[in-house]
Design a protein around this ligand. Structure first.
Ligand SMILES: [Zn+2]
Length: 139
């Protein structure tokens, strides 16, 4: 039997790999150096599956991605796509100073081999281990 602690460790390791993978693809295809500082697993985040953020720390930006450990319990396409989606937000900001689901973000998503969609399909929710079939935005 796996405990909640084990599950979080697994999700953290998977998300770390997907984020790294997405950063490498975008660095290679855009020829820009991209930064990422911290992965946060949140048991409270349930309105969205993931969240990208940046804030000023001293004189530089500090980049974080939060992944919902309430929604993600195991490996899934949805986990990978959420990580890629959030990395595209951080890259969009770092390269174009844009934030949101605009043209440049869509272009970055295509470089990652994904359709630039904001909502995931109900089937993917089930796959993610989430019981609700409500559409929820990937933030
Ligand atoms: Zn988004």
């Amino acid at each position: 039997m796996s405990t909640p602690g084990d599950t979080r460790t697994v999700v953290r390791a998977l998300a770390t790999n997907y984020i790294q993978e997405a950063l490498e693809i975008l660095q290679r295809t855009t020829k820009k150096r991209l930064r990422f500082d911290e992965l946060i697993l949140s048991g409270r985040l349930s309105s969205t599956m993931g969240l990208a953020n940046y804030r000023m720390v001293g004189n530089r930006y500090y980049y974080t991605i939060t992944i919902s450990s309430k929604i993600f319990k195991r490996d899934s396409i949805a986990l990978k796509e959420t990580c890629y989606h959030e990395v595209a937000h951080l890259a969009d900001w770092q390269i174009y100073r844009k934030w949101g689901h605009g043209d440049t973000w869509c272009r970055l998503m295509r470089k990652l081999g994904l359709e630039p969609k904001v909502y995931i399909e109900p089937e993917e929710y089930v796959e993610a281990g989430y019981i609700s079939v409500d559409e929820r935005p990937i933030s």
